[in-house]
Design a protein around this ligand. Structure first.
Ligand SMILES: C[S@@+](CC[C@H](N)C(=O)[O-])C[C@H]1O[C@@H](n2cnc3c(N)ncnc32)[C@H](O)[C@@H]1O
Length: 199
């Protein structure tokens, strides 16, 4: 048996639970508040809803990166259909330094919570390489307040504070929610929205 890849999540018969076909409401609110501005990078962008949202809410340059070639292909198709200018590239968020550029705003919609402890540290270091000093990361992850065991690893506020203790300042962590396809969960999952500044 082969290990499933992220691309399988987008090519299988069952839709990817997080791929809801619209931006996560938490990011829609951030966009309305003008927070997704300047040069924006979405790490693990999936089919691109948050990138397209940023591109239509004042981002000077909106880019998304994902390991899945299928997800990136769908994101590009959405951008073309909607007439939105945005960039999508297949790439590894554990090596964002390879992009050779830095961003004002980073988006993480449901990515941080997929990593084990070792990759979590690599991911945070990679984000640091891609963030301008003073730039912001808006991170939304499954929270430890979410009951049951459906879905990804739960994350506590303490874990977020530990992961971003060096080179970052956590401005706030607030309870929010993460929508998944309705036939999988009746209500949105409990999430944390962390607002984190690169120092
Ligand atoms: C839970 S999904 C969230 C997708 C998207 N952010 C959203 O909100 O719809 C996690 C995404 O991260 C991508 N991913 C996982 N590991 C990655 C890595 N090392 N580099 C880039 N993308 C990765 C997966 O392909 C998947 O699209």
């Amino acid at each position: 048996m082969t290990t499933p890849t992220w691309d399988d999540a987008y090519t299988g018969a069952t839709p990817a639970p997080w791929d809801i076909g619209r931006p996560q409401p938490v990011f829609a609110r951030l966009a309305e508040d003008g927070k997704l501005s300047g040069r924006v990078l979405d790490a693990g962008c999936g089919t691109g809803e948050q990138v397209l949202l940023a591109a239509t809410h004042g981002a000077g340059d909106a880019m998304g990166i994902d390991l899945s070639a299928t997800a990136i292909e769908r994101a590009r198709a959405k951008a073309a259909e909607r007439g939105v200018r945005a960039r999508f590239e297949v790439g590894d968020v554990l090596n964002l330094g390879a992009l050779g550029s830095q961003f004002d705003t980073l988006i993480d919609s449901g990515l941080f919570h997929i990593f084990n402890d070792e990759d979590r540290a690599r991911y945070v270091a990679s984000l640091a390489a891609a963030a301008k000093p003073g730039g912001y990361l808006y991170l939304v992850c499954f929270s430890d307040r979410q009951p049951g065991d459906f879905g990804p690893r739960r994350v506590s506020q303490d874990e977020l504070r530990a992961a971003f203790s060096d080179g970052w300042a956590i401005e706030s962590i607030t309870a929010d929610s993460f929508e998944v396809l309705r036939d999988l969960m009746d209500t949105p999952a409990q999430a944390w929205l962390a607002v984190i500044r690169r120092t």
